[in-house]
Design a protein around this ligand. Structure first.
Ligand SMILES: Cc1ncc(C[n+]2csc(CCOP(=O)(O)OP(=O)(O)O)c2C)c(N)n1
Ligand SMILES: [Mg+2]
Length: 333
């Protein structure tokens, strides 16, 4: 295939509509996280947050294939997943502030964010906790023949939890429509993954469960879109689960108060390189003439305004009433 032909094939991977959606969502997540960092530091939002800036390509490239009926389970670093799965920025930001107008009426906050109307069945403060829940959603979909696929997002730190192995095994023997998407940002809190994980690649662990496993560049949204897309299609066709490891990096520390003294200078500068996922996608769309600079800056500006409005909405919303304390906490049968 000639270079021109390869370029044309590359350009055909994404429709014009999908290209705009992907760019918009990645920028929405980045600007949302920047507002969360600012709002948390100045006290107008909650006391603490783990942000996902830098990892946008994984959430967006994956959720680009999901519909309203599909599910995701998330992690303590779940704002980006929620936005990519269609969450409304106002109600998500209000949730960051613990307000009554939040998508969980202020009871979830950053760490336990769920958005059930969008198929987001929850972030999880327990590392690896979303993985068996994804199997439950997968089993429901299989038994009810709903056609829904569940994506379980998890970090590299979760791959050494026993529950990771139990979930993969269960999903494999029952051929559940679940895709396990690992965001390998190389750290679990302050511990380098190479120090904590015996496997060379996290995706190698798929072989133990007889399912496909692949490691990809998680900073390249087009690569995520293609590879995770194939795994989602496989799951939707009844062919069972897959494990996709997306190598990426987080721009912030573990939480926003972490000074990252355990990272090398080179690692701290990664977001200034061509590996930064939004920059990478911008080069791609420019090279393939999918979006102009003008279109991208118009999108940037409109998101800037939307996020600012979301922040004001959150700040101006009321806290939940004290009598709400026990509602929606337990399910009654
Ligand atoms: C079962 C459990 N063990 C330990 C913790 C403390 N903890 C919170 S986040 C975290 C690191 C998770 O790392 P990773 O899965 O790679 O996700 P990342 O923070 O990098 O997105 C740990 C150990 C926890 N919340 N739950
Ligand atoms: Mg990690």
């Amino acid at each position: 295939m000639s270079n021109t032909q390869t370029q044309q094939t590359q350009a055909n991977i994404l429709s014009a509509e999908k290209t705009r959606w992907i760019y918009r969502k990645m920028v929405e997540i980045r600007k949302f996280e920047e507002a969360v960092i600012k709002g948390t530091r100045n006290g107008s939002l909650g006391p603490f947050a783990h942000t996902s800036d830098g990892q946008e390509a994984v959430a967006v490239g994956t959720c680009a294939h999901l519909n309203e009926k599909d599910y995701i389970t998330s992690t303590h670093r779940g704002h980006g997943h929620s936005i990519a799965k269609g969450g409304d920025l106002n109600t998500l930001m209000a949730e960051m502030a613990g307000k009554a107008t939040g998508c969980d009426k202020g009871k979830g906050g950053s760490l336990h964010l769920a958005d059930l109307t969008k198929g987001n069945i929850g972030a999880n403060g327990v590392v690896g906790g979303g993985l068996p829940i994804a199997c439950g959603a997968g089993l429901t979909a299989k038994l009810t023949k709903s056609g829904a696929v569940t994506v379980a997002f998890f970090g590299d730190g979760a791959n050494n939890q026993g529950v990771f192995h139990e979930a993969l095994n269960l999903a494999a023997i029952w051929k559940l429509p679940v895709v396990f998407v690992c965001e390998n940002n190389k750290y679990g809190e302050y511990t380098w993954n190479g120090y904590a994980t015996a496997a060379t690649k996290i995706s190698d662990r798929a072989a133990g469960y007889n399912i496909p496993g692949k490691t990809i560049n998680g900073n390249d949204v087009v690569e995520v879109y293609q590879t995770v897309g194939e795994a989602i299609e496989r799951a939707r066709n009844g062919e069972g689960p897959s494990l996709i490891e997306c190598e990426t990096f987080r721009i912030q520390g573990h939480g926003i108060s972490d000074p990252q003294i355990y990272k090398t200078e080179e690692e701290k500068q990664l977001h200034l390189t061509d590996e930064e996922c939004i920059k990478k996608f911008k080069s791609y769309v420019t090279k393939h003439q999918l979006l102009s600079d003008k279109e991208m800056s118009e999108i940037d500006q409109s998101i800037e305004d939307t996020v600012e409005k979301a922040l004001q909405f959150a700040i101006n919303s009321p806290y939940p009433d004290a009598k709400e304390l026990y509602t929606d906490v337990y399910v009654s049968y």
